[in-house]
Each structure stands twice: as structure tokens, then as C-alpha cells.
Ligand binder design. Structure first.
Ligand code: UGY
Ligand code: MN
Length: 254
């Protein structure tokens, strides 16, 4: 890094409780106990107004978490491999995940991570307090998003959606990938109770946050708080695609 080459500016926008665009160039390293030989930045968190915590993790050679991430009786966790190859375990169950591989650990199950690359592996990581439903318990889920077929989103042939977790009512959240072909957009500007943490996997676009159009691109992170206006237009030559979390299957509490 060293001395700046120009006037200091930032594309990031932070509106606590409402929304945030966090561009990768402003991130700093956060030490998180249990992670060894990893560079981690906390993205969305309760301090920003999110009810979950999202992280971007770069595991260097030999990087690992052998103490276990989460595993508390009321906390669920999820990891998605952006680049590289890792061993990810849900308690005793081991999975080898490369790009687009993911693992969901239900409440009470610790997640263990180990980098299998000679270089870096890059992960998107998430945790949230689980809202239980009497008589139902979510289970360990692993897969590769690349092996799931896209469905048309809202009857549009140029917008595509994948659900990474089961739609079963035992789950109180899901991870999705939403992909817009160049020039595609949402059918309308959404305003809904659920929050999102979204990591942009590819492309460029204009994102409507709180009814303002903001340029976004691959590598950006967006937090969308409850009810905040949200929609996208894809621009450029690549699909604008993002991985995002969304709560589901629960009533709003009084
Ligand atoms: O599922 C969703 O709410 C999604 N369409 N939101 C979004 O892309 N901002
Ligand atoms: Mn939404």
C-alpha cells in the first residue's frame, strides 16, 4: 500500500439500519478468534443494523478454523466458496468444496474449515440466530451452486434464480443466487420486511437502494435493511449476479 497516489475517495455508502454499499477497497482486516492464517473482514453486522453477520474470508496457505465456527444452540452458519478449495465440516460430516461449493450448519453444529490450496482460498461466511419453529429442525446441507439449474425469475427469461437451501419450513432463511443478463432488471422496486446481505459475484449494474440509483460491480457487498427500496439494472457485457441471504418461513414478531 504505502502513500496515497491521489485524493482519497470512496464508493462505499453507509446508512446505518437502512442500507450499505461496501466496496472491497475500503475493507480492513478483523481478527476473529479461531481463524488461523486467514484475512477476515466483517461486512454486514448488528452494528450496521443487520440481524446477521457476514464476512469475507481469505484463507492463506495452511489457513484453518479447527476450533469450530458457531455451534451455539441458537446459531446457524453458512459458507460459500468464491475461489480455491477448502475442506468444510459440519461436526463430523466432511465436504470438499471448490468454487461455488457451500455448506449450511444448523443450530448446535460447529463448522470447521481448512484451506486445501497451496495459495489462497476466498470464502463468504454468514451466521445468524435461528428462529425455531416447534417440532421442526433444519439439517446440514451442502452442494455446489454450479450444479443447480437456474429458474426464470418472476416469469422473465433474462433474470435467473437459484435457491441453495431447501424451501422446507424448518429453515428460517435461504441463500439464493440472482443473475441478470445485461440490460435485464427486477420487475419492480421491492420494499419488504426481510433484510439481505448480498455479495456481487459478477458483472456491473445500477442498484436502487432507498430509491437512489448507485453503480455497483463484482466484489461489492450490499446490506439491505428491512423495507429499504431495492432493485437492479444490469449493465455491461457480463451478467450481474449476486449471492444473497433472505429470511423466510416465519411470522413477524410483535
Ligand atoms: O428475493 C428477493 O427479495 C430479491 N429479489 N431481492 C433483491 O434482489 N434485492
Ligand atoms: Mn429483496
Amino acid at each position: 500500500m504505502g502513500y496515497p497516489k491521489d485524493i482519497l475517495t470512496s464508493r462505499s455508502i453507509i446508512k446505518h439500519g437502512k442500507y450499505a454499499l461496501i466496496a472491497p477497497e475500503g475493507l480492513v482486516n478483523n481478527v476473529v478468534p479461531g481463524f488461523e492464517n486467514c484475512t477476515i473482514s466483517i461486512l454486514g453486522s448488528p452494528r450496521l443494523g443487520a440481524s446477521f453477520v457476514d464476512y469475507i474470508v481469505t484463507m492463506h496457505e495452511g489457513g484453518k478454523n479447527t476450533e469450530g465456527f458457531c455451534g451455539q444452540e441458537d446459531v446457524e452458519s453458512f459458507v460459500y466458496v468464491l475461489e480455491g478449495k477448502v475442506k468444510a465440516s459440519a461436526g463430523e460430516q466432511e465436504y470438499v468444496l471448490d468454487g461455488s461449493g457451500y455448506l449450511y450448519c444448523p443450530p448446535g453444529v460447529k463448522m470447521y474449515l481448512e484451506n486445501l490450496e497451496a495459495g489462497d482460498s476466498k470464502l463468504f461466511l454468514y451466521k445468524q440466530k435461528h428462529k425455531p419453529l416447534e417440532g421442526r429442525k433444519p439439517w446440514v446441507v451442502s452442494g455446489h451452486a454450479d450444479q443447480i439449474e437456474f429458474a426464470n425469475y418472476d416469469d422473465m427469461h433474462n433474470v435467473h434464480l437459484k435457491d441453495l437451501l431447501p424451501t422446507d419450513i424448518a429453515f428460517d432463511m435461504n441463500f439464493h443466487i440472482l443473475s441478470f443478463d445485461p440490460a435485464a432488471s427486477h420487475p419492480f422496486i421491492e420494499t419488504h420486511v426481510q433484510e439481505h446481505g448480498a455479495y456481487l459475484l459478477s458483472g456491473e449494474g445500477m442498484y436502487n437502494l432507498d430509491n437512489k440509483w448507485i453503480p455497483v460491480k463484482k466484489g461489492d457487498y450490499i446490506f439491505m435493511g428491512p423495507y429499504v427500496h431495492q432493485a437492479a439494472y444490469a449493465v455491461g457485457r457480463e451478467p450481474l449476479a449476486y449471492l444473497y441471504s433472505k429470511d423466510c418461513n416465519r411470522d413477524a414478531s410483535l
